[in-house]
Design a protein around this ligand. Structure first.
Ligand code: GRG
Length: 276
């Protein structure tokens, strides 16, 4: 990866944190808002905001609506992590090396913090400068994060009767993990007036990148738990081969953007070598 790649990632992090901080500062002070801040500002990689900002850059765009998209998607991502860590889901005591939200604030506050973040994501987007494109972009974000997307994937994941085969793994990875990345590039593309061809290319990139991302996550997670994972179904060797295949497919998707898509290509290399 080049220094430009890391600079772009850091810049996306700074920008989204500025927006998030401004939104959080206006909230009333209580245990739930403390829990929201704790989870939102605790060292996430900010990959989804980076996908939003870098997509906008492909079209030479930036501005308030793009900031809102990046912040809203990071809120949805954070709510999903808070709820996923709860005892009734994955039951994780730690997140990003710190006590998970419910361990620090108790289960009731963690449930409400997640709920409030999802709601705040909607409020943030509804606060935007509306155009027909912006409306379609916001609708795409919520389509990708609900039962047709992230929640739908999680529903299959937690169902003990789900067949433990590759087809199921592929379905739930596309929904649970990739859909929010597809939302990031797709919504930004719509917002910036991208063509249908550009939208399809970016969303397909994010689908392949998201699958590679989940497979890399499974390789990093030595615990593996009870759920379904690439390593359990394919083994370590074939999981690595899959990641390489997804990276190639992802790279092909963004070819139409030529040199401008360097960030997207480097993101795939970053994923293959990441340690967290
Ligand atoms: C509870 C509705 C609901 C959904 C939960 C996203 C999710 C579905 C569960 C989280 C656990 C998990 C393994 C999700 C897959 C996606 C993933 C690898 C998330 C972690 O994303 P990163 O690495 O997180 O971008 P950071 O910490 O960098 O923000």
């Amino acid at each position: 990866m080049t220094t430009d790649f890391f600079a772009a990632l850091a810049q996306a992090g700074e920008k989204v944190e500025k927006t998030l901080d401004a939104i959080l500062s206006a909230l009333p002070e209580n245990k739930v808002t403390e829990a929201m801040r704790y989870s939102l500002m605790s060292g996430g990689k900010r990959l989804r905001p980076a996908l939003v900002y870098e997509t906008a850059k492909l079209f030479g765009k930036s501005g308030g609506n793009i900031d809102r998209l990046a912040a809203a998607i990071e809120m949805i991502h954070t709510y999903s992590l808070i709820h996923d860590d709860l005892p009734c889901m994955d039951d994780d005591d730690f997140r990003r090396g710190k006590p998970s939200c419910h361990k620090k604030f108790g289960e009731a506050n963690a449930v409400l913090a997640g709920d409030a973040l999802l709601n705040l994501a909607a409020e943030t987007l509804l606060d935007g400068d509306f155009s027909a494109e912006y409306f379609r972009a916001a609708a795409f974000v919520f389509r990708c994060s609900g039962i047709y997307g992230m929640v739908g994937g999680q529903a299959v994941d937690i169902d003990a009767e789900t067949p433990r085969d590759f087809e199921t793994l592929d379905y739930l990875t596309e929904n649970k993990t990739a859909k929010l990345m597809m939302a990031s590039v797709g919504a930004a593309c719509i917002c910036c007036g991208g063509s249908g061809e550009e939208f399809n290319a970016l969303v397909k990139f994010a689908e392949n990148f998201g699958k590679a991302f989940q497979a890399a996550d499974d390789l990093l997670d030595s615990a593996q738990g009870d759920g379904i994972s690439y390593v359990k179904i394919l083994g370590v060797h074939d999981t690595k081969a899959r990641i390489a295949e997804y990276n190639i497919l992802a790279g092909q998707c963004v070819k139409i953007f030529g040199e401008k898509a360097t960030f997207f290509r480097e993101l795939c290399s970053f994923n293959s070598s990441r340690e967290k």
